[in-house]
Design a protein around this ligand. Sequence first.
Ligand SMILES: [Ca+2]
Ligand SMILES: [Ca+2]
Ligand SMILES: [Ca+2]
Length: 295
Amino acid sequence: MNKSFAQKAASALVVALGAIATVSSAQAGTLVNGWNYARDDYSYDGYNNGNLSATSQYDIYGIGIKEVGNEIWVGVSASTPLTGVYSSAAADQNIGWGDLFLDFNYGKPNNSFASAQGSLIGIRFAATNDSGVSMTGVYTGVTAKSVTQDNSGFSSLNQYATYVPNAKIGDLALNDPYYSGYKYARVPNVISSYSSRVGDVTALLPSALVDLPNPALASNNLIKFGFKFERPVGFSGDYLGSLFLECFNDSAAIRGNSRSRSVPVPPAIAGVLVAGALGGWRMAKRKKQLKAVVV
Ligand SMILES: [Ca+2]
Ligand SMILES: [Ca+2]
Ligand SMILES: [Ca+2]
C-alpha cells in the first residue's frame, strides 16, 4: 500500500513527538504505580548520631507525588514519624520533619534553591514541627529558614556530606548545583515567610498509600504517611520538590512535571521535526534502493 505524503508526515510527526515525550518524561522523574516517585534508599543516608543503618530514626526512603483530579497527593516512606522523634538535644525535645518546598522555576537559567526563595510553594504538613507558620497548609510566595541549629542538626550541606559522603538527595546528587548556595550555610528547611495561605492539608488514609513503593533497604522503623491538598495556582509545569528533616540528617528532592500543563508543540518546531524525520525516512529509502542495486 502506498502511503500518501500526509500519512507519512503524520507518522513522522508521531515518531518525533514520541522522542519529545521521552525527553520530557526523563525530566519529569520516575513513575512507579502511578506515583512520580523519588527514591532515597540507595544507601542508608539518614544520619542518627553516627548510626547509618536500618535502625536509624532519621532516614527518608522515598517520596511520591500523585495528581488525582484537582488534588495533589504526597506519600512519604521514611523511618521518622510524622510527629518526629524525642531528642533531649533539640530545643523542643523533638526532631521531626521540615516543610515541603516546590519550585516551579526549576530548570530555568540560573535557578537554584537560593534563587527560588520568595517564589516557592511551601506545604506545612507536620502539625508539631518547628515551621515558621502557625498552621498546617499550603503557602505561596514562600521563603524558607533553617531550624537545624535548634534540632541538633548539621550546620551546612558540606558538614552533612563529610559524615555521609555516599548520600543522595533523592533524585539529585549530593553535590547538585541546585543546593550549592548552602554548601557552607545552614539549609533552609521550614517556611519562614509567605504571601498567601491558599489551602489546607489533609492526611491521606493508609489505603491511599498501599501502592507507594517499599524501600529497597531493610528498615526497623518503616513508616509511611501521606497528605493531600487542592492544586494551588502555579502548580503547573516542571518542578523540583525539596524535603528535609529538621536536623538535615537526611534530605530528598523529587523532580516532576505537573500534567495539568498542556504542552502544545509550536508549529515551527513541529515543522522542523517532521522535515527531520522525513529526511531520515528518505535516507532510509535511498539506502534500501542502493542495497537493491548492489544485490
Ligand atoms: Ca535516605
Ligand atoms: Ca524540633
Ligand atoms: Ca538522602
